[in-house]
Design a protein around this ligand. Sequence first.
Ligand code: SF4
Length: 65
Amino acid sequence: MSVDKRRNLPEPVCTAHTDCFGNRKSKCSVLWDNDFGGRDCPFYKNREQYRDELQEVGIRWKRES
Ligand code: SF4
């Protein structure tokens, strides 16, 4: 089980959106809890959408994994 060292909590599993910007090896690296009561994650966006939004505000995304 991977652990977010900043929070010392296990990263939640996310197999619904493996193309999400926050998805790292089927774990969510951006949320502490991704239980939305059976609904889809409202924070999902694919990496291209995320990169485009960062570029709109002038931030360059270096992580391409
Ligand atoms: S933000 Fe939502 S969709 Fe993206 S990895 Fe986390 S739980 Fe999954």
